[in-house]
Design a binder for this molecule. Structure first.
Ligand SMILES: [Zn+2]
Length: 76
């Protein structure tokens, strides 16, 4: 069991770059709730001009592949 969401390194080619800023996407596995979920987010959420979706995670998905697919379909 884990207490906090875990940042997972995406596999090569698994995630497209952020459609807004072109930064790398990150993958988060949250097993803190009753249902474990996967989320993808833009890693450029720090700094003076953070990406508009940097802190706006995609919805949580039960399966990693579902989260990745949803992210890869996302358009700016
Ligand atoms: Zn971005």
């Amino acid at each position: 069991m884990t207490d906090e969401p875990v940042i997972v390194t995406p596999k090569p080619g698994e995630l497209l770059p952020c459609p807004f800023c072109g930064s790398e996407a990150g993958l988060e596995h949250d097993a803190t709730g009753r249902l474990a979920t996967w989320r993808v987010y833009c890693r450029d959420h720090l700094g003076k001009e953070p990406c508009p979706i940097g802190l706006t995670n995609t919805l949580g998905y039960a399966r990693r592949v579902e989260a990745a697919t949803a992210w890869n379909r996302r358009v700016a």
